[in-house]
Write a protein that binds this ligand. Structure first.
Ligand SMILES: Nc1nc2c(ncn2[C@@H]2O[C@H](COP(=O)(O)OP(=O)(O)OP(=O)(O)O)[C@@H](O)[C@H]2O)c(=O)[nH]1
Ligand SMILES: [Mg+2]
Ligand SMILES: [Zn+2]
Length: 373
């Protein structure tokens, strides 16, 4: 196989091209011709599926190595067996979408790596609140990827309702593109085209039932991801259970993710600042160097609220998320742990008493803490 064919295969997976060859340089730096590049497609326990220029293979990696969907890695064939493929290096990530899994900044999990654009899905008939959206936005900015908010299921409401929903989202997602779309009718999908081209990687993020996998299937080559139904209140059933990458008809790649509800912004200070860039720049003009921006007379932000140019809810969110981002053990995370313990106890006693658990109760357990206050 000629090098050009191999290179084209890699470029279609998002490999460097043009002037920016940082990954190629990093791999060359290993000075081991046996190491070849591959992109992580799926991660299971201790094993993952990687795509190479010539097809996909299962590859092992050492315990303690953090490997995520979307990672570029260097792999070698085990010389002893010639069949086993091993990941020997994870190339430095250009973006890293993390979610907190515990009460400390050290306990987080990579949702997806090397993503260019995060499509934040918010069903127009669903229940994504401003509070959720702010957290999704902060984590996306923190990751290094760019957010685009997709108001999904546009076919399910009137045009007036859709316009109102889009403007409510735009008021929260300042400086972010907001796209209304329907995976059922195809309306609005063309607006995603710039993000779906060959070499680009997008990730879908949002609550369960927001239509992520349905959108992924419409955009993908084979459309084979499982999709679910929603309850009467619009909430989903956690149909997607693992993160997985799919090839898009437009040439790019897409990571579908399970619906997320409990999102902490711990450790995401810069992301919160980016999500509230309008307030950050107002605060620069504040009279007081250590202003809390809550009660100080003459504070630029307090003033903006009293003049009606700033939503007090937005100011309150900014102050709270900034505090949470740098706190060691945020109240929200502690609340999460306490809730998990309570649920565990309830589960055990439920099992003992053989009481039937309602689907709603089971769902609440899966979804975790609701940070939307
Ligand atoms: N009317 C309408 N319904 C949609 C659209 N997109 C998705 N749905 C429906 O919404 C429900 C949930 O869709 P999924 O794609 O499974 O949602 P998800 O975000 O992947 O959910 P999880 O995997 O649980 O996180 C399904 O019943 C879909 O048919 C749309 O554009 N219009
Ligand atoms: Mg899904
Ligand atoms: Zn102030």
């Amino acid at each position: 196989m000629t090098d050009i064919v191999v290179l084209q295969g890699l470029v279609s997976l998002g490999w460097d091209r043009g002037w920016d060859r940082r990954w190629a340089v990093a791999l060359d730096g290993l000075s081991d011709p046996a190491v070849t590049p591959a992109r992580v497609w799926r991660v299971d326990r201790g094993l993952c599926t990687v795509m190479t220029a010539t097809g996909d293979v299962r590859a092992g990696f050492e315990r303690g190595t953090e490997v995520a969907v979307g990672d570029w890695v260097g792999v070698v064939r085990d010389p002893a067996t010639l069949s086993r493929t091993r990941i020997v290096t994870v190339l430095s990530r250009r973006s890293e979408l993390r979610r907190q899994t515990g009460a400390s900044a050290a306990t987080s999990q990579i949702v997806a790596a090397n993503v260019d654009t995060v499509l934040l899905c918010d069903a127009v008939d669903g229940s994504l609140s401003s509070g959720h959206l702010e957290r999704f936005l902060a984590l996306t900015w923190q990751s290094g990827a760019r957010p685009v908010v997709c108001v999904t299921k546009s076919d399910s409401v009137s045009s007036g309702q859709l316009a109102a929903a889009v403007s409510a989202v735009a008021a929260v997602a300042r400086g972010v593109a907001v796209v209304a779309l329907s995976s059922k009718t195809g309306d609005g999908l063309d607006q995603l085209a710039p993000h779906l081209m060959e070499g680009k990687t997008v990730a879908l993020l949002g609550l369960s039932g927001s239509g992520k996998s349905t959108l992924a299937n419409v955009l993908s080559v084979d459309g084979a991801l499982p999709t679910g139904t929603v309850r009467r209140d619009g909430s989903g059933r956690h149909t997607t259970t693992r993160r997985e990458m799919v090839r898009l008809r437009a040439g790019g790649l897409l990571v579908d993710t399970p619906g997320m509800r409990a999102l902490s912004v711990l450790g995401a200070r810069e992301g919160v600042e980016d999500a509230f860039a309008d307030l950050e720049s107002l605060a620069e003009h504040c009279l007081y160097p250590k202003c809390s921006h809550t009660i100080e007379p003459g504070c630029e932000l307090v003033l903006a609220v009293s003049e009606g140019t700033l939503d007090p809810r937005r100011l309150d969110s900014w102050v709270r998320l900034k505090a949470e981002a740098v706190s060691d053990a945020p109240a929200a995370a502690r609340r999460g742990v306490a809730e998990r313990k309570t649920r565990k106890k309830a589960k055990v006693s439920g099992r003992r008493s053989r009481a039937a658990q309602t689907p709603q109760a089971a769902q609440a357990g899966e979804a975790g803490t609701d940070f939307d206050r």
